[in-house]
Design a protein around this ligand. Structure first.
Ligand SMILES: Cc1cc2nc3c(=O)[nH]c(=O)nc-3n(C[C@H](O)[C@H](O)[C@H](O)COP(=O)(O)OP(=O)(O)OC[C@H]3O[C@@H](n4cnc5c(N)ncnc54)[C@H](O)[C@@H]3O)c2cc1C
Length: 404
């Protein structure tokens, strides 16, 4: 099979790109989605608000996903559901598995928009037995909103990111009463007023605490807490693993794409070009994690970069300059390679910090500061810094000078 532009993943980023590629007449677009229905994560978010940036109105996740799908189809995109991309090859050429079996799809350009997922129990190194009832938020939302099932009644929630509070809302809708929220750090990670919700719902938050072990043979019967709640046993019938996002980059890594261990996503330049020629990346695959609106905007921007690429109008990669991080307080920053101005360029550096920090963020080149801004930052909160239109020559160095 053949198409002009293949998009892997029908979430906000992939569908946003498909709609925009259709609008600007870039060529025929085929979107490949492993789920039965397009829409990505918002499809199983039973709550609002979605859609302000995209459709100028507030809507629930399911409606939003349907609107994104309709916009992509109106642009002429073909959406292939129940189909998984299993390998990426030069060409570009994709290996696919669907209801008809295994086949290949050749394209002139490919956008990878496979999103993000929450870290598993193994990645969080939680010991103990292996009973049922240990799931991430995405699975809970899918079970409750798509399958109308209730996986547990009194779980413990690990994490206090925004999605942890979204999990709390899902629990409430399903009549589930969590016994506690557990946060490893000294603060709740999500911004207020989300942090007020557990108080309203009567769910205690344990800070500076972690889950050391999960107990139960068939089903979870309890957990062992460490830290401030040291050595304490807590009875519960499930464990909800929330947040601690990682890019869904396994396909890329297995196909030889270069991954940034800090961001957990692909190494990209300002146009979203990855290490494999003809391949681009957008959305939450780039890093964990941004909102649906931000991912959609990145997909839309990638459409313009891909359109320019197909017309041979993107600046040559040899003009890219590397971005180096010179601070332990900066967890990741991207794009990792800064390109000169052109259609669909990322105009800012996007970064996250490792701990709460106040100070000045500085971007330097050849010892000269070329962009700076004051920050009062918390982990998991979005931070941006403007980029110069033309990168000049020499590596960019990103540093964070803490206030005395
Ligand atoms: C549990 C959870 C809850 C969230 N809640 C919110 C929220 O309330 N509000 C908000 O703004 N953001 C939320 N987010 C962040 C969310 O990821 C973004 O809002 C948005 O969905 C990102 O869009 P995306 O297109 O980058 O990725 P996704 O929406 O994740 O879409 C990626 C798509 O790629 C598909 N895919 C992956 N690999 C393959 C493959 N190999 N072959 C074919 N298809 C593939 C997936 O099935 C998926 O449909 C949440 C994230 C999670 C994990």
């Amino acid at each position: 099979m053949q198409t002009d532009i293949a998009i892997i993943g029908a979430g906000p980023a992939g569908l946003g790109a498909a709609a925009e590629l259709g609008r600007i007449g870039a060529g025929h677009v085929t979107v490949i989605e492993r789920e039965q229905v397009p829409g990505g994560v918002p499809r199983h978010c039973g709550h609002s608000p979605f859609g302000m940036r995209e459709f100028h109105r507030i809507m629930g996740g399911k409606t939003y996903a349907a609107r994104l799908t309709a916009a992509a189809e109106a642009g002429g995109a073909t959406i292939m559901c129940n189909t998984t991309v299993t390998a990426l090859a030069d060409g570009p050429e994709l290996q696919l598995t669907g209801p008809e079996g295994t086949f290949t799809l050749s394209a002139r350009a490919v956008l990878i928009a496979t999103g993000t997922r929450e870290a598993s129990r193994v990645q969080r190194m939680i010991g103990g037995q292996k009973p049922g009832g240990v799931i991430p938020t995405g699975a809970l939302q899918g079970l409750v909103h798509l399958n109308k099932q209730v996986p547990f009644r009194r779980p413990v929630i690990l994490g206090t990111e925004l999605v942890s509070f979204s999990a709390l809302l899902t629990c409430r809708q399903a009549g589930i009463k969590p016994v506690a929220m557990i946060e490893q750090g000294p603060h709740v990670i999500a911004r207020s007023p989300a942090a007020l919700l557990p108080r309203v719902l009567g769910v205690p938050i344990h800070l500076n605490t972690n889950i050391a072990a999960i107990h139960g043979r068939e089903r979870v019967t309890g957990v062992t807490l460490t830290g401030a709640q040291g050595g304490r046993e807590l009875e519960c019938d499930g464990v909800l693993l929330t947040g601690a996002f990682r890019s869904e980059a396994a396909l890329l890594a297995a196909s030889g794409g270069v991954i940034d261990t800090a961001s957990t996503g692909p190494v990209v330049d300002s146009f979203g070009r990855i290490s494999m020629p003809g391949y681009f990346a957008a959305g939450n695959l780039l890093r964990p994690v941004e909102t649906a609106g931000a991912s959609w905007a990145e997909g839309k921007r990638a459409a313009h970069a891909i359109h320019a690429f197909l017309r041979d109008e993107l600046p040559d990669r040899s003009l890219n300059q590397t971005l180096t991080i010179a601070s332990d307080t900066i967890r990741y920053a991207l794009p990792q390679h800064i390109a000169p101005s052109g259609p669909g360029r990322h105009q800012q550096i996007l970064l996250r910090v490792t701990r709460p920090v106040k100070g000045e963020l500085r971007l330097s080149q050849n010892g000269q500061i070329i962009s700076r801004r004051r920050v009062n930052a918390m982990p998991e909160r979005r931070i941006t810094l403007d980029l110069p239109e033309q990168p000049g020559t020499g590596a960019f160095v990103l540093s964070l000078e803490e206030a005395a």
